[in-house]
Design a binder for this molecule. Structure first.
Ligand code: HMG
Ligand code: MG
Length: 306
């Protein structure tokens, strides 16, 4: 059942940088995306077309998308919570948009200022207009394994939102552990609910590593045959509406595990480590990724590895 090839959707430029308190220059964001594609990333979540009052870090969305020297074979995605966001994303030439709902009412209110039902009503015309423009729509469901406001979340609550997403024609179902409290069997249980409605190729996992469970959860998903995961270079990120949430699992850590298991990703680990070093330097800190830290220490000399 374990897949022989896995696709990693790089979300560092969006999920990572949306959470940075310090400003990151547009030129650095563009360079980050270009380095990622040079390292073999074929799916990159570049930015969000959300309200700049809510998430000022993504206010330069069109400039970032417009500034990338695009590479054939790479899909550039952006978040779009409503028609206004979709129009901006289409004008900037996205290949894919992401609509994002929550498994809990409390998180839906905090993140997008509406109920789950209202969010689905808002997404329906976004999906229609995106499809009319030939653009694929990925759906992300937050808080599927725990919510910072509600606490425990049941698989039934998640399945309800999966069904609503499917009902409005969302093409892909992303299951997100926003606060990183999920553990492997719980991750499998929730994935099974998604797989009841979407094919294996259209279900993905998005694991934040706050409690150090992300690699184990990804392994548990691999056991179900799931072969698409969101990851974030250098382990960048968090969520502005989930206090204390750290970044997504680091791309380098997932690549190291997958390559070690003989699973192909098409990604070049050395170039990913260079990219992690680039963005971490720009932010004035070391990468969160254990693999990047280890490989950077090894590069700096044998004495550094002892
Ligand atoms: P609202 O205030 O209820 O919206 O926000 P509104 O329709 O009443 O509009 C208010 C103002 O926002 C208006 O401007 C609109 O023009 C503007 P004003 O008249 O006051 O000057 N506006 C927009 N501007 C730019 N782009 C837009 C847009 N829409 C309205 N698309 C809204 C509702 C959804 C817009 C707001 O709550 C919002 O932007 N939320 C975004 C939150 C966000 O980005 N969160 C992080 C991403 S989700 C995430 O990280 C989770 C994920 O990684 C998975 C996981 O880990 O869980 C995906
Ligand atoms: Mg996230």
């Amino acid at each position: 059942m374990i897949p022989s090839r896995v696709t990693l959707v790089e979300v560092g430029p969006r999920d990572g940088l949306q959470n940075e308190a310090q400003p990151v220059a547009t030129a650095q964001k563009i360079e980050l995306v270009q380095r990622l594609q040079a390292a073999g990333c074929t799916e990159i979540e570049v930015t969000s077309f959300v309200s700049p009052k809510w998430v000022p870090q993504m206010a330069d969305n069109a400039a970032v998308l417009g500034g990338i020297a695009r590479q054939p074979g790479v899909r550039y995605a952006a978040l779009a919570p409503n028609l206004q966001g979709l129009q901006g994303a289409l004008a900037a030439g996205v290949d894919e948009v992401v609509v994002f709902a929550a498994a809990t009412e409390a998180f839906s209110r905090r993140n997008i200022n509406c109920s789950i039902a209202e969010s689905i009503e808002r997404f329906a015309p976004v999906v229609q207009a995106a499809h009319a423009a030939g653009v694929k729509v990925r759906g992300a469901i937050s808080c599927t394994l725990g919510c910072p406001y509600q606490g425990h979340v049941s698989p039934g609550e998640v399945e309800r939102v999966v069904v609503l997403m499917k009902g409005i024609g969302v093409d892909h179902c992303g299951i997100a552990d926003t606060i990183g409290t999920g553990t492997p069997r719980a991750a499998q249980a929730v994935m099974e609910r998604a797989l009841a409605h979407y094919p294996l190729t259209e279900v993905s996992g998005h694991f934040h590593d706050t409690y150090g469970q992300a690699l184990a959860n990804i392994y548990a998903c691999l056991e179900l045959g799931i072969a698409t995961f969101d990851t974030s270079i250098a382990g960048l990120g968090g969520c502005p509406y989930a206090k204390g949430a750290t970044g997504n699992v680091a791309t380098e850590d997932v690549v190291f595990m997958l390559h070690g298991m003989g699973i192909a990703t098409g990604l070049d680990l050395d170039r990913l480590v260079d990219t992690a070093a680039f963005i971490s330097n720009a932010l004035g800190r070391a990468p969160v990724s254990r693999v990047s830290r280890a490989l950077l220490a090894r590069r700096s000399g044998p004495q550094a590895t002892s």
